[in-house]
Structures are given as C-alpha cells and as structure tokens.
Design a protein around this ligand. Structure first.
Ligand SMILES: [Zn+2]
Ligand SMILES: [Zn+2]
Length: 94
C-alpha cells in the first residue's frame, strides 16, 4: 500500500509504524489505504486521525503497537463488537 500522507510505498504491516514515526501529529483527513485493500470495507468512514483508525480497525496487523487507551475508547464506541472485546481480554491475560 501507499502512505496517504507522503505517498511512500510501504508494507501493510509497517504502515502504522511509519505513520507513528513520521505523521504522529497529522490531522489531515485521508482515506485508509488498508480499507481500500478490503472490498467489504468502505474508506472515509472514520473520524479523527488515521493512526487511531489503524489501531482501532486494523489491530490484526499490529499486535505490537496497540495503545490500550485507544482500544478502550474504541470499545466504548463499539460495545457490540465482541471480537474486539475478546481480543483485548485475551491480550490482558498474557
Ligand atoms: Zn508517510
Ligand atoms: Zn482502514
């Protein structure tokens, strides 16, 4: 995929790392390049920063980069998403 901020070629699993390193304070509204790869997901459906969206919606790629404050916020917004809940519970027990 390509970084939506600087158009740099990146692996899917390095996009969040790249964004945290280079675009942490970026607040431009961009469409998510990972969502674009998934035919069932529609881009431009998230609020706030791309970094937060990546952490909330694409955590399967990013086991090492989960910010639990952000996950808790996501749970509050998506209390019906049981798969995410189970994921957090599982992570807390390890
Ligand atoms: Zn970039
Ligand atoms: Zn996305």
């Amino acid at each position: 995929c390509v970084c939506p901020f600087c158009q740099r070629e990146l692996d899917e699993d390095s996009l969040l790392d790249h964004c945290i390193t280079y675009h942490r304070s970026e607040r431009r509204p961009v469409s998510c390049p990972l969502c674009r790869l998934l035919p069932n997901e529609s881009p431009n459906t998230f609020d706030g920063s791309l970094i937060r969206h990546l952490q909330v919606s694409h955590t399967l790629f990013y086991d090492d980069f989960i910010d639990f404050d952000i996950i808790e916020e996501a749970l509050f917004q998506r209390v019906l998403d049981r798969s995410l809940l189970e994921y957090v519970n599982h992570s807390n027990t390890t």
